[in-house]
Design a protein around this ligand. Sequence first.
Ligand SMILES: [Zn+2]
Length: 263
Amino acid sequence: MTRREIFSLLRTLLLTLAVVMLLLNVWFSQTREENWQTPVTAWMYPINADGEIATQTWIDQLSDAHFDDMERFFDREAARYRLGLERPIQIQLAAQINAIPPDIPLEPSIVDAVIWALKMRYWVWKYDDTPREPRAIRIFIRFYAPDNPGPMQHSLGLQKGLIGLVNGYAGGEHAGRNNLVAAHELLHTLGATDKYDMDTLEPIWPDGYADPTQFPLYPQTRAEIMSGRLQVSPGWLLLPPSLDHAVIGPATAIEINWLSAGN
Ligand SMILES: [Zn+2]
């Protein structure tokens, strides 16, 4: 092969790679429309992320009841939007997975994000061989012992693939917050987008506020679930302790098809 031929081949390869990445990106960002005629099941898979005995003890005593506050939250919010389903999202505990999911890149480029999403889907395929209904959502919760010194990884929800990855601390006092994060990632899989500023973590007004038209605006006492935090006053952010202090705002309700945009 001449040098020219090699260059030409390389160029073709690179172009093909670029097109493949582009197509994968389009495929992964496709929206899934849930029509809410019947309930959706979300399976929660615990993972012992640090291998600690305390973490395992916590996982061993988990049951479906541990996620009741998530079901209550979705029931209550669905009723507000007159969805017509008493229990739109059923939460079920799945068997523990004895493997660690691929690390989420810290500040991913589009290429990193696509590669991670591919790795994650391969990981799920490899370690979860339980057949699930096609609309089922899978949320993987990496539990850490509360005294774990290492920083926790990001939580993340993938719409395409209906997969969420959540980090949580073992122990009853953290359960409310873990489930708040799990509900946030679960809503990502249904098409909801973040409603906070990525740099400051502050909720974006009005969509990221639970009570955007309240006067005076501060203190907010509840959080919109897709902003996750509530603004007590300018410069004072609070992560609510449980889903009792969170709502699904109209912008999120439109994204997950609980409310039509014309309403
Ligand atoms: Zn998010």
